[in-house]
Design a protein around this ligand. Structure first.
Ligand code: GLU
Length: 320
């Protein structure tokens, strides 16, 4: 048996060895396409980790990706530590429903916070004179690659409209940074993008050619919000994009930041503390973040339980 002194020396040296490894944590975040909002926001969040001296324990890198579905799968495989995910996809992954019905539910998924609001954004070439979602029937619509959130969201909506079987729309799977050119050269008639505003992709598509944002008819908004609790009515602010001066009614979800239960309590606590303590700075880093409020960030669209580290921080501040 080891003498108690030797034993405690052993423990002390193990602790000493362990300390420097723990002092700096390197986290990877799955975001989205470079012309969306997730990517710049992921970078903004990572930058906050560097701002506050006391939070220096975390270093973080935001990686571009295909979007929500790819981010959930990278998080599940442990390829990233944090993921930005649409709240509808978040719900489906946590409960193993809809697009995740074929696989085991992601029960280890945990919420850190909710971010900006995202609108289901439909943009059509102006020559076609379309005005609502229902005018897309029979058209060629880009719904994004299969790893994106909009691909899953749009398939669900088109399925509810009875457009998938038999197929009543031609679906393209171009990436957001390819879709403006495709729209303006009439390779596709319209694009669908679930995204915060303003963003580079829609801005490009409305300046490269004349294109029109389409609205959701009130009856479709009513039936889809009744059927799916994760959808809510939202409007795209008038005048953000060239040639689109009026407000557009559509459906929306929230961008959420998720991790797994494998993240340590202290890391999750430090991460949310660095964000919340620098919220004014974060709001200034991207116009889609300007409206962020603590009371919404701690609850909107968070179907997976809050990570205990995040919950501890929110409770200390009386937000939960
Ligand atoms: N909502 C999109 C997705 O999940 C990404 C939007 C963005 O990159 O801002 O794929």
């Amino acid at each position: 048996m080891l003498a108690p002194r030797v034993f405690s020396l052993l423990i002390a040296s193990v602790l000493l060895l362990a300390t420097p490894l723990k002092a700096n944590e390197y986290l990877f975040m799955g975001t989205g396409n470079v012309s969306g909002v997730y990517y710049p926001i992921g970078n903004a969040l990572c930058r906050l980790m560097e701002v506050n001296q006391t939070q220096r324990k975390i270093s973080c890198t935001a990686e571009s990706s295909g979007g929500s579905i790819d981010n959930v799968s990278s998080l599940l495989k442990g390829e990233v530590d944090l993921a930005i995910v649409q709240s509808d996809i978040h719900w489906q992954a946590y409960w193993g429903r809809n697009s995740f019905a074929q696989q085991e539910r992601f029960s280890k998924m945990r919420s850190l916070m909710s971010l900006h609001s995202e609108a289901i954004t439909l943009l059509a070439h102006q020559d076609l004179e379309l005005s609502t979602l229902l005018d897309l029937k029979g058209k060629n619509v880009n719904i994004g690659p299969s790893g994106s959130g909009q691909h899953t969201t749009m398939r669900l909506i088109m399925d509810s409209l009875g457009w998938l079987e038999p197929p009543q729309v031609a679906l393209s799977e171009l990436k957001p940074d390819e879709q403006s050119r495709a729209l303006c050269t009439r390779k596709v008639d319209a694009v669908a993008y679930v995204v915060g505003h303003p963003n580079v992709s829609i801005d490009q598509a409305t300046t490269m050619c004349d294109s029109t944002l389409l609205s959701f008819p009130e009856s479709v908004i009513d039936s889809l919000t009744q059927e799916y609790s994760y959808f809510r009515p939202v409007t795209i602010t008038p005048g953000i994009y060239q040639g689109n001066p009026t407000s557009v009614s559509t459906l929306g979800v929230s961008a959420t930041l998720v991790v797994t239960s494998d993240m340590s309590e202290q890391t999750a606590y430090n991460f949310v503390a660095a964000v919340m303590e620098n919220l004014d700075y974060l709001r200034s880093l991207h116009p889609a973040l300007a409206q962020l409020s603590e009371s919404e960030m701690v609850k909107v669209g968070l179907s997976a339980p809050l990570h205990p580290g995040a919950l501890r921080y929110y409770r200390e501040h009386g937000w939960r």
